[in-house]
Design a protein around this ligand. Structure first.
Ligand code: ZN
Length: 192
């Protein structure tokens, strides 16, 4: 979603599957640009020690900054989740979007050093590098913290989001039952 093609087009994704070994999980996704047809493969490597299942909304439980998405892209994602809140009606949906925004802003914060300015090595994406200096200068630690201060605390949001969490776990259990005796991906065979 945030790593658009160099032409600006969005990727159509094709799942190439997941491989597990002693180092962890490797998930490969093939992308084909919807605009210019360019092809690119994305690889998502997850270290073995980070494989414990977490809550339905969790980005990166470690203190390490991301190496897949840069600081400005996390900020863009946070703005996306904040921008859609007015269009959402259910309180649980709003809480989920606020929670996603909060998690993205917390990821942005991980890139900062002791100062208020964003370090130069925190931006490496094609889209990020094309940003105006003014745009980069606006992304300060205090600006990100001010955005976070307007979002309700995570604990409160998790409470509103709890039905979604239960729904997610129920869906996982239902899916596991369906796999017995029937290939779970043959969804067209499931009669309502
Ligand atoms: Zn393209």
């Amino acid at each position: 979603m945030v790593n658009a093609c160099a032409c600006g087009g969005a990727w159509m994704a094709d799942d190439l599957g997941t491989r597990a070994d002693a180092d962890g999980l490797l998930h490969r996704v093939a992308g084909r640009c919807a605009r210019c047809g360019a092809e690119r493969e994305f690889q998502f490597a997850m270290p073995a020690e980070a494989r414990a299942p977490g809550p339905v909304r969790e980005i990166n439980p470690t203190a390490e900054p991301s190496r897949a998405v840069d600081a400005l892209q996390w900020l863009d994602l946070a703005r996306f989740y904040l921008g859609r809140i007015d269009r959402l009606h259910a309180p649980a949906e709003r809480a989920a979007s606020l929670l996603d925004a909060r998690l993205c802003l917390e990821e942005t914060l991980k890139f900062f050093g002791p100062g208020d300015a964003l370090p130069a090595d925190a931006v490496w994406s094609d889209t990020g590098r094309k940003r105006l200096d003014a745009d980069l200068a606006a992304c300060t630690r205090s600006a990100v913290e001010a955005m976070l201060a307007k979002i309700p605390p995570a604990r409160q949001l998790h409470r509103v989001d709890a039905p979604d969490q239960r729904e997610f776990q129920k869906a996982v259990r239902t899916e596991a039952k369906r796999r017995v005796g029937r290939k779970w991906w043959q969804f067209w065979k499931h009669t309502p």
